[in-house]
Design a protein. Structure first.
Length: 244
């Protein structure tokens, strides 16, 4: 399924963190071309506390703070989200809410491809000890970017947006470059070379200078498999064919 544009709402208590990453490079171009629309919402603006406080101590004691349910609920609802079952039943047309959390599924190419089919993503950036568990009834999926803990969900949200945006038609100028990237077809990318043909005694493989596109394709295919076998053999465990 291919869509012409995507809307992404990011709910955070630190909106200024997104200024740099989303105003440069491909993300900036994608927003200018209206392929991607990104809204950054400050969850604090929904706080009814006079100091705009959005966190409190956890029930039962313990260290740290927890993001309160009321302002986060209002922030989620402001994006157009209704009841959970109303917007996720074999439909990519309604908001899909993602909580950026170290407890979630690890982001990979398969997840990225699936998320790129949605017209509207809502990313919730956690902080402190996390969010009030009752908000999870409005979350469709928890996603992590690795088995480690960061200070908050903002950087993971940036990673997710960048990876998903590259899948949208028109964001990357040459679509073939996306299809040849690592993980897209379950393998790591093949080695790349550019001019000069000789650098400090190291020569570019002759096949790449041959002009024979069939031979170049076969060489790249074998090198991709070889590199995956050497560096990420775990990616080959379910692969039947042997590309030696």
């Amino acid at each position: 399924m291919v869509i012409s544009s995507m809307k992404i709402d990011i709910l955070t208590i630190f909106p200024k963190m997104f200024k740099g990453p989303f105003t440069e490079s491909l993300i900036s171009r994608a927003t200018k071309k209206e392929i991607l629309k990104i809204n950054i919402t400050d969850v604090r603006s929904f706080s009814k506390d006079k100091y705009k406080k959005v966190d409190n101590k956890p029930f039962g004691g313990g260290g740290g703070m927890v993001i309160k349910p009321e302002p986060l609920y209002d922030a989620i609802k402001s994006t157009g989200v209704k009841k959970k079952n109303d917007f996720y039943k074999n439909s990519y047309a309604k908001p899909y809410v993602i909580y950026m959390s170290p407890q979630g599924k690890t982001l990979n190419d398969k997840i990225v491809k699936n998320l790129s089919k949605f017209q509207h993503l809502v990313l919730v950036c956690g902080h402190y000890e996390g969010i009030d568990e009752r908000i999870m009834s409005y979350v469709d999926e928890e996603i992590s970017i690795g088995d480690y803990v960061l200070t908050g969900g903002e950087i993971p949200a940036m990673v997710l947006v960048d990876s998903v945006a590259r899948m949208l038609p028109g964001v990357v100028k040459e679509e073939d470059s996306v299809k040849n990237d690592s993980f897209y077809n379950g393998l790591l990318d093949y080695p790349h070379y550019t001019r000069p043909a000789v650098f400090k005694g190291y020569e570019v493989p002759c096949v790449l200078l041959s002009g024979d596109h069939k031979k170049i394709y076969e060489w790249r295919k074998k090198e991709s498999y070889k590199r995956t076998k050497e560096r990420r053999p775990d990616l080959l465990k379910d692969r039947v064919e042997i590309e030696e």
